[in-house]
Design a protein around this ligand. Structure first.
Ligand code: MEV
Length: 371
């Protein structure tokens, strides 16, 4: 039977969120929270998607979907952005549906749709379970996109476990998964940079830059000499990544000179962090340098108007144990705190108790797990 179970890690952006959408360098790390996905054939001609964590189950009869048969070879050359064809199909799927979280589910169908060869007869059931808090800035949507893309590529036989293609090596297979998951991310986020699905695909610590008119794409896997642990705090304040990306877009439209120079500063922060990660061998010194950069990066994000009172509350509560910045889109969501080397476990416990009393969820996380 063609049933598969896959998983991928959430991520935390250490440096460079938002600016990365405009071509600045960013640094992301996978975290130890993962999303799991199972695909199995359905007896009925329908696609069923179950997301246990949000108690959603939805099914589409195959005949109701706007299928497009693509030649098998095209599966290996996914579009590099949302083309009109995909947008039209997505809109059709969304008619009569409430937008969220069905927008998630429609995105899954799009992937199914584009991977299908010939007219579809085989239905499937996709079940998703996630440890990554949804919509908190830890890349939950990217983990879903990566998992579903991988499941579908396996289900239709384009790749084989353990994640290699017939004629593709592991690296090429991962590139294929990353490219398909990017389409899923585009459906959910509008115009993402691609850093979230890159982190969920490859895992580890990644320096990332997308290509724009002025910048060339870069993806560099950084080696961590010593394990880095951080506190990730979920403020539980809901936010929409799509709306926050649009907020920054409008700000930049009004004041391009100012905002572009903030992006440039953020690019400098990320580059300095990469240099430190690559060259500073003394752990104490490395934490000191990264800590200063976290502090400055947060100030830049505040200037971009993507911080939030709940984030500032966490920054104050964690001051005694280390510098904190928002991670991901901001506007609520999660923060990341790099622990000072000289703070005791007791101090950390006290801070966690205070954060808990402010209704946050705190995760003590090791950075850089497998993709
Ligand atoms: C979201 O995790 C990070 C943003 O920079 C958007 C993106 O890069 O796609 C806000």
């Amino acid at each position: 039977e063609r049933s598969f179970i896959v998983s991928s890690p959430g991520k935390t952006i250490l440096f460079g969120e938002h600016a990365v959408v405009y071509g600045a360098t960013a640094v992301a790390a996978s975290i130890s929270l993962r999303t799991y996905c199972r695909i199995e054939p359905s007896e009925k001609p329908e696609i069923v998607i179950k997301m246990r964590d949000i108690g959603t189950k939805h099914s589409w009869p195959l005949e109701s979907l706007p299928w497009k048969a693509v030649p098998a070879k095209d599966v290996f050359h996914p579009p590099n952005t949302l083309n009109n064809e995909i947008v039209a199909a997505l809109e059709k799927l969304l008619t009569n549906e409430k937008k969220s979280p069905l927008v998630f589910l429609s995105m899954l169908c799009i992937l199914y749709l584009y991977l299908q060869i010939g007219s579809p007869t085989q239905g499937c059931v996709i079940t998703i379970n996630s440890e990554v808090p949804l919509g908190a800035g830890l890349g939950s949507s990217a983990t879903v996109s990566v998992d579903v893309a991988t499941c579908l590529l396996l289900f239709f036989g384009f790749i084989q476990p353990p994640i290699t293609g017939e004629s593709l090596g592991r690296a090429e297979t991962l590139t294929l998964i990353e490219a398909w998951s990017f389409i899923g991310e585009c459906c959910i986020q509008g115009s993402p940079s691609g850093i979230d699905n890159a982190a969920a695909t490859h895992g580890g610590l990644i320096a990332f830059r997308k290509s724009t008119a002025k910048t060339t794409a870069m993806k560099q896997f950084l080696k961590l000499e010593n394990p880095l642990s951080v506190l990730v705090t979920d403020t539980k304040q809901p936010k929409s990544t799509k709306e926050l990306i649009q907020r920054v877009f409008r700000l930049r439209e009004r004041s391009p000179l100012v905002i572009d120079s903030i992006f440039q500063t953020i690019d400098g922060i990320s580059r300095s962090a990469i240099e430190a990660l690559e060259t500073v061998t003394d752990v104490f010194r490395l934490r000191e340098v990264l800590g200063e950069l976290i502090f400055i990066n947060q100030k830049m994000l505040e200037a971009l108007n993507v911080s939030h009172v709940t984030i500032e509350q966490v920054i104050n509560a964690t001051k005694s144990i280390g510098p904190t910045k928002l991670t991901g889109a901001g506007g609520g969501g999660c923060t990341v705190t790099l622990r000072n080397t000289d703070c005791s476990n007791e101090m950390v416990e006290d801070v966690i108790t205070e954060l808990d009393s402010l209704k946050n969820s705190v995760y003590d996380i090791q950075l850089g797990g497998p993709g």
